[in-house]
Design a protein around this ligand. Structure first.
Ligand SMILES: [Zn+2]
Length: 399
């Protein structure tokens, strides 16, 4: 048994504990509380870390490790459409070995910055083996595209990875939908059916203004892109402007759906997400990087939408450090208490991915997945200093 003690313990599931302690028994958490209480009669090893905070490992609900090799190739963009075009072009020039190297570097960057669990979106399945061999916990979303799949879709037949990877037996693998402009209604239905009740599913939703224009008019940037890629269907009927209402009509929303980005949402969209208990994964720095815009955080919180955090990929963000998203949200939405952003990046993420039984907070019975961030003895603005230190890579694992 070992007890970790520090000036602050942040269990997330309850308020911060001053002069707190966490007792570990092997791989599990045995007790969390004020050191005075928890350590009375304690006979094991005591590690006192001093000024700073002990906190659970982070949960990043949205990354694309396979794009890591594109880091630094695509500068931040003013227009999202230009970012997407540059990203698609960069993909064509990467050798498989470079992609593999990028995945390994991405896993290392996630772990180093304090990530316990990643929701990885994969187009090829290449990241699965690397994730299985790493201490980083994962949920792999195998991303399906098929705007032109207009007949009834047999998912395992159209996407052989789902059969070949033994994903059927592995509940850490789901089928995922790319976006409303790249997935047909039939494909959305097939993905939903394949995932059933036991797996989370994800979709990029409301990321760009172009997506809304395409859903309402059936033309513009995405029609042009689909035509160039040979995916256009002549009799396409635009379903209407709101991507959230569209997915609700397709029965794709619900507590096991992680909609990602949600930059272009209005009040009825937020109400639909809240009513359906869907998750919205905010990737605010990525939205800045790609030129998508700023997610309507006030509106989402007022509507009571379940929120979690993601970084998206190194093709569309400065780094994969989730403390950066917390820092950005804390700076840009100062009216909210700082612990809200930590909760989004830990316990909420674990709930979204169906892993809150063992991850996301410091509670007896959960896995010993925790770290420490050193802080000055007297902090003027605790949360800001925590997020700044986390962004600067000061997190270190205690397990
Ligand atoms: Zn993404």
């Amino acid at each position: 048994m070992i007890a970790h003690v520090s000036k602050w313990v942040l269990p997330v599931s309850r308020p911060p504990i001053r002069d707190g302690a966490v007792v570990l028994n092997g791989d599990g958490i045995l007790a969390v509380g004020p050191a005075r209480e928890v350590l009375s009669g304690f006979k094991g090893l005591i590690c006192n870390h001093g000024a700073g905070a002990i906190l659970p490992g982070l949960i990043n609900c949205h990354a694309h490790l396979e794009f890591s090799a594109r880091a630094g190739r695509i500068p931040p963009q003013e227009r999202w459409e230009e970012w997407l075009e540059s990203t698609l072009a960069a993909r064509e020039t990467l050798a498989p070995a470079a992609v593999d190297q990028g995945i390994l570097q991405g896993i290392e960057a996630l772990r180093r910055s304090g990530t316990a669990l990643v929701g990885e979106v994969s187009n090829t399945g290449a990241s699965l083996g690397h994730l299985e061999n790493s201490p980083l916990e994962y949920h792999l979303f195998y991303e399906c595209l098929g705007f032109n799949l207009r007949e009834r879709v047999d998912l395992a037949e159209s996407f052989p990875f789902l059969a070949e990877s033994r994903a059927v037996e592995n509940l850490q693998v789901s089928a995922a939908a790319h976006a409303p402009y790249s997935v047909s209604p039939e494909l959305f239905r097939a993905i939903n059916l394949w995932n059933g009740d036991s797996r989370p599913q994800t979709v990029h939703l409301g990321e760009s203004r172009a997506e809304l224009d395409f859903l309402s008019n059936g033309n513009g940037f995405f029609q042009d892109l689909l035509m160039r890629r040979g995916r256009w269907v002549e009799d396409f009927q635009a379903p209407g402007p709101s991507p959230v209402a569209y997915l609700n009509d397709l029965d794709f929303l619900g507590p096991r759906t992680l909609a990602v980005h949600g930059v272009w949402l209005d009040d009825p969209d937020c109400r639909l997400l809240a009513q359906s208990q869907s998750w919205l994964v905010l990737c605010p720095r990525a939205n800045r990087y790609t030129g998508a815009g700023v997610p309507p955080v006030d509106r989402l919180l007022q509507a009571g939408v379940n929120l979690a955090l993601g970084t998206d990929s190194l093709a569309g963000n400065w780094d994969l450090n989730l403390f950066g998203e917390m820092r950005w949200l804390h700076r840009n939405f100062p009216a909210y208490p700082g612990d809200l952003w930590l909760r989004l990046g830990t316990l909420n993420g674990a709930r979204a991915l169906g892993r809150d039984r063992d991850l996301g907070s410091l509670e007896p019975g959960k896995k010993a997945t925790l770290g420490f961030i050193p802080l000055a003895e007297a902090t003027e603005n605790f949360w800001r200093e925590l997020f700044v230190a986390g962004s600067a890579g000061k997190f270190r694992w205690l397990n």
